[in-house]
Design a protein around this ligand. Structure first.
Ligand code: CAA
Length: 380
């Protein structure tokens, strides 16, 4: 067992850290206030290879491993979780989904553009009445021979307005339950595909979240991913990798808040000394440091499982469950350590606290991760 990162991993982490500090940090407060998508940064992230991190270079990707992916996600998320969720969805839900389960024609047509940032993608599973209960899809896809006709609504879709390529999960035969669900590639601009207004959110306000509407959208049969009825398994398998990305995002949010709180506590004085010298603050820092490191170990283990070809359903659920809890709890503590300044936007920690909450909700709530973990334990 070796806990050291390789030279290559350290270089990748440093490149992501440098990009986050020089490119994401300026303007992050303004983007959060105005709910603006970091548009100009998408091209730069594409050039750095951050949008197709694990994709094979023959499809335009960076050919890196999952450890590199989580290192990049942690560094971006320390500064701007709105940018990092775009990176996570594009990498682990869209690019991975297509590379692992798409046909060669689908990969040639879509993957290269997605991996380089020429296009970005969205993953459309959630519905008004099917969030956690993902098998209860109301969106229908009726088989019409050479094409399917899609009808329904998808909610809270990350990259919803900005994407060009959408992976849409829909019910083709409700009598078959989860085996009657398929996944389709839908392109922006297909007749009947409408994008609703942007959501006004508590956190990750710079990310582009929309409701999508499908009204008799004709999707060619060659746009179905995998065999008939594979859609639910496609979603579950893809989400297992997505949860590694969101776990790394939660880790980055927690670590970013901790680093700010530590720095502040060494500068701010009260009762004649820097506040880090008061045990009330020092013990908070000790808890934060320890639990963030524990979350990092779980995130790394899940990424390592993926790289080794091991099943990572449980390790990704455990990483997401714990890292998101740590992110929520310790961003609150980071605000507390900052006192009145913590409540002010220019100190960044209030934004990280707001951003932390979504990591306990999307790509499977905390409660869903506990279902996955407990079923895994009982089955073994
Ligand atoms: N791999 C392969 N197959 C799987 C699987 C996996 N990880 N998980 C389940 N399956 C299979 C099961 O084996 C079962 O197959 P059989 O019928 O052949 O036995 C079938 O799928 C149905 O599975 P379950 O009976 O376990 O289904 P369930 O209704 O009990 O639901 C669940 C399971 C884990 C709760 C699932 O519904 C779930 O993960 N829900 C959460 C959905 C979610 O994460 N949504 C996030 C939205 S996407 C998002 O947030 C993206 C974004 O924009 C940021």
């Amino acid at each position: 067992m070796d806990f050291n990162l390789t030279e290559e991993h350290l270089m990748i982490r440093d490149a992501a850290r440098d990009f986050a500090q020089t490119e994401l940090l300026p303007g992050v407060i303004e983007r959060d206030n105005a709910q603006t998508f970091p548009e100009s940064l998408v091209r730069k992230m594409g050039e750095l290879g951050f949008l197709g991190i694990m994709v094979d270079p023959k499809y335009g990707g960076s050919g890196m491993d999952a450890i590199s992916y989580v290192l990049i996600m942690e560094e971006l998320s320390k500064v701007d979780a709105s940018a990092s969720v775009m990176v996570s969805v594009n990498n682990s839900l869209v690019c991975y989904g297509l590379e692992a389960y798409g046909s060669e024609a689908q990969k040639e047509k879509y993957l290269s553009k997605l991996a380089t940032g020429e296009c970005i993608g969205a993953f459309c599973l959630s519905e008004p009445e099917a969030g956690s209960d993902a098998t209860s899809q109301k969106t229908t896809a009726i088989d019409k021979g050479d094409h399917y006709v899609l009808n329904g609504t998808k909610n809270w879709i990350t990259n919803g307005g900005r994407a060009e390529v959408y992976l849409v999960i829909a019910q083709t035969d409700k009598h078959k339950g989860s085996h009657g669900i398929n996944a389709f590639i839908v392109e922006k601009g297909m007749p009947g595909f409408d994008i609703g207004p942007k959501e006004d959110k508590l956190g990750i306000r710079g990310s582009d979240t929309h409701t999508l509407q499908f009204n008799d959208v004709k999707v060619p049969k060659e746009n179905r991913i995998g065999d008939d009825g594979f859609g639910f398994r496609f979603a579950m398998k893809t989400l297992s990798g997505g949860r590694i990305g969101i776990a790394a995002q939660a880790l980055g949010i927690a670590a970013g808040a901790y680093e700010l709180a530590l720095k502040y506590s060494k500068e701010r004085k009260a009762f004649g000394t820097e506040i880090c010298n008061h045990q009330a603050i020092a013990f908070k820092l000790a808890d934060m440091h320890t639990e963030i490191e524990a979350a990092r170990m779980l995130v790394m283990k899940a990424a390592w499982d993926k790289d080794q070809g091991n099943n990572y359903d449980m390790s990704s659920a455990m990483a997401k469950l714990y890292a998101s809890k740590v992110a929520m709890e310790h961003t609150v503590e980071a605000v507390q350590i900052h006192g009145g300044n913590g409540f002010v936007k220019e100190y960044h920690v209030e934004r990280l606290m707001r951003d932390a909450k979504i990591t306990q909700i999307y790509e499977g709530t905390t409660e869903i991760q506990k279902i996955v973990i407990s079923r895994g334990i009982i089955k073994d």
